[in-house]
Design a protein around this ligand. Structure first.
Ligand code: FES
Length: 113
């Protein structure tokens, strides 16, 4: 599901997309969605915080939504390279992962692309 909701405020040039329900992403897990035609992976860390990245790993296209997470990094399931939540940079020297703003609004997940 990807619905552009014009009632959601986003900075100029950025589109906010409702991609699913908050409960679609349980704590400690990630899920893949499409946000305005962009494939994204949304994660809820065990502390409840939300993060969103591109869905395909920048190294070789691994499915990042299936990766392992901890408070500092996302680990791709394919070759186990890590990407920092703070800036998307790699812990292994590969290109960075693109991050997207994500938030919960009235029980829905909203990703800006
Ligand atoms: S595809 Fe993700 S680390 Fe290689």
């Amino acid at each position: 599901m990807s619905v552009t909701d014009t009632r959601l405020e986003a900075p100029t040039g950025v589109r906010a997309h409702t991609v699913g329900r908050a409960e679609d992403v349980p704590p400690g897990e990630g899920r893949a969605f499409v946000a305005g035609g962009v494939q994204v992976a949304v994660f809820r860390l065990r502390d409840g915080s939300l993060h969103a990245t591109q869905a395909a790993c920048p190294h070789a296209g691994g499915p990042l939504a299936d990766g392992q997470t901890d408070p500092d990094v996302l680990v791709c399931p394919l070759h186990l390279y890590g990407f920092r939540w703070t800036d998307g940079s790699s812990t292994a020297g590969v290109p960075p992962v693109t991050r997207y703003p994500v938030r919960e609004v009235d029980g829905l997940l909203v990703v800006e692309t």
